[in-house]
Design a protein around this ligand. Structure first.
Ligand SMILES: [Ca+2]
Ligand SMILES: [Ca+2]
Ligand SMILES: [Ca+2]
Ligand SMILES: [Ca+2]
Length: 548
């Protein structure tokens, strides 16, 4: 039961531990292993046959590296032949399906130049118990939608360190409001709401942020600016709504309503006024709170969602089954509320973190996740408070996906777009044994998978509408520099293939042939859509392809 006076509980105290960053100077190295080539051979063919058939250079050794796919690593005589020429010669052999260089994996990902990025283990670590941020950033690093809508994520927290060096222009400001003139210039019923809004002082003094600075930093510390750390988004607008923590339920509703009004105004004015808020973050709540006692608070998530806003809630920092003991807001039933528990550096659920097969959706890293700290610093930040803004930031990043039809959907049907983004985040989780059976998804946030899920469904060619698909084929490898194999169910046959750029222009035409291998070496680096039809199937299917 709730007391008459509800005390909101800060989920986790900021851990002001600034970890020392380690720097490694990396020498320039070739992007691929010299004198090696990877080949996929036809069924039942081995490298002995290839060695016999290919006589103009020496294959000095070979290793089967994938039995089911019949992929081999070939060793060539040292410096005897350029790998590119070897690949061309290999392709003349009918038993060679795919040939490529043995690329060094480190060349695949997009990493920011922020000096403390190496401390941000939650994005990338050797054990891969991370959210694959570097791979997601191959596709997008944030910013606007394809239609230029400026993406806003709202952090409802204890304010922010306005003097922190690493936010730059990533803090949202209300450009239609003139600050400090005692006039509600933009007529949104908030006077002088320029920097954001404080429901504590009823003005835009959002300064503070012992807790809110790391939360905002995880969502969107400026990335690739040569300073400090990177947020999940390199570029985003974080709307700071200050609610502190010694607050009450009325003030919770008041804080959410600022974000809601901003988005409603944006929707109503076709983007002329208000803000394109797509997510909110609540790294606080009421331990053991009962949703039945909070119909207005819980109901607000539906209203936010219907207007295009997904909300993220941090669950209790205690080893409790929230299905049984309750929690606010994470036991609220809204389909637009995403509830997050806490994972550590070993990719295990932190013992002192809530769970619930019905109520808690997924895990994210919060145990000493490295980010910005108040006092213009950097450090580890923890608890479900640190986990949740990774998801809030992920939502914002998905809206920046290079998919025109999804950007259109976000405007024409904001609620559907929000539900789709939620589904991509849920479907994209990395299955995790420590979350299996105790969360709705059984997994931990994976930024790259979520983004790839959206891009896989990105239909830009037929009627222009975004819709979820069930793709019967995949592309391998992807990303690729040169050759891409179309892999599909063996009882269907390719009828026609074409490659399109994201603006809908055909860049390769195989509509008259049924090739299973694409040579994309002539394409500029970037994202493309491979469009395929299969014999006996009237549908046309699309798959995203990254040329690296
Ligand atoms: Ca990874
Ligand atoms: Ca105003
Ligand atoms: Ca004003
Ligand atoms: Ca930075």
């Amino acid at each position: 039961m709730l007391n008459q006076e509800i005390n909101s509980i800060m989920k986790k105290i900021l851990l002001p531990i600034v970890l020392l960053a380690t720097f490694f100077c990396q020498a320039q190295q070739p992007e691929y292993v010299r004198d090696q080539v990877i080949v996929q051979l036809a069924e039942n063919v081995d490298t002995n046959l290839i060695s016999q058939e290919i006589t103009d250079f020496n294959i000095t050794g070979s290793k089967l590296i994938s039995r089911p796919l019949n992929i081999w690593l070939l060793q060539l005589a040292p410096s005897a032949i350029d790998e590119t020429i070897a690949i061309q010669k290999l392709y003349r052999n009918e038993n060679v399906l795919v040939a490529q260089k043995n690329h060094k994996v480190s060349s695949r990902a997009t990493e920011p130049d922020d000096p403390l990025f190496n401390s941000q283990w939650q994005y990338k670590q050797a054990s891969d118990g991370d959210i694959d941020a570097d791979e997601a950033w191959d596709i997008t690093t944030g910013g606007t939608t394809m239609n230029g809508d400026v993406i806003v994520a709202a952090a409802l927290d204890d304010g922010i360190d306005l003097n922190h060096e690493d936010f730059e222009d990533n803090l949202w400001t209300n450009e239609n409001e003139i600050p400090n003139n005692d006039i509600d210039d933009d007529n949104n019923n908030y006077v002088d709401d320029y920097q954001g809004w404080s429901i504590v002082t009823d003005d835009d003094n959002i300064s503070g942020g012992g807790h809110g600075t790391p939360v905002a930093g995880i969502i969107g510390a400026k990335g690739n600016n040569g300073l400090g750390v990177s947020g999940v988004n390199w570029d985003v607008k974080v709307m700071v709504i200050k609610n502190n923590f010694n607050t009450n339920e009325a003030q919770v509703i008041e804080a959410y309503s600022y974000a809601l009004e901003a988005r409603m105004l944006y929707n109503a004015t076709n983007g002329a006024e208000g803000a394109f808020v797509v997510s909110t973050n609540a790294s606080w709540g009421i331990d053991f709170g009962d949703p039945a006692d909070a119909p207005l608070w819980c109901g607000l998530y539906d209203t936010l969602g219907e207007n295009g806003i997904l909300s993220c809630g941090a669950t209790i920092n205690g080893n409790f089954n929230v299905d049984l003991v309750g929690d606010l807001p994470t036991a609220c039933p809204s389909e637009y509320l995403i509830t997050v528990t806490n994972m550590d550096i070993t990719d295990m659920k932190v013992t002192q973190a809530g769970y619930g097969l019905v109520t808690i959706d997924l895990g994210a890293h919060g145990a000493n996740a490295f980010t910005t700290a108040a006092g213009n610093g950097y450090g580890g930040f923890g608890g479900t408070s640190g986990a949740t803004p990774h998801v809030t930031g992920a939502i914002a990043l998905l809206y920046s996906a290079p998919c025109q039809s999804f950007a259109d959907l976000a405007i024409s049907d904001p609620a559907q777009a929000a539900r789709d983004v939620r589904d991509y985040i849920f479907a994209g989780v990395d299955p995790n044994p420590s979350l299996d059976g105790i969360t709705t998804t059984g997994g931990r946030l994976n930024l790259n998978n979520a983004l790839l899920g959206l891009m896989d469904d990105c239909v830009i060619l037929s009627n222009g509408e975004f819709q979820k698909q069930n793709n019967p084929f995949s592309l391998h490898p992807n990303p690729s520099t040169q050759f891409v194999l179309i892999q599909h169910n063996e009882n269907i046959a390719v009828a026609a293939v074409a490659i399109y750029s994201l603006d809908g222009k055909m860049v390769q035409d195989h509509t008259q042939d049924s090739t299973n291998t694409l040579d994309i070496s002539s394409l500029a680096n970037g994202i493309y859509v491979v469009r395929i039809s299969f014999e006996g199937d009237a549908n046309v299917y699309n798959q995203k392809l990254i040329k690296k």
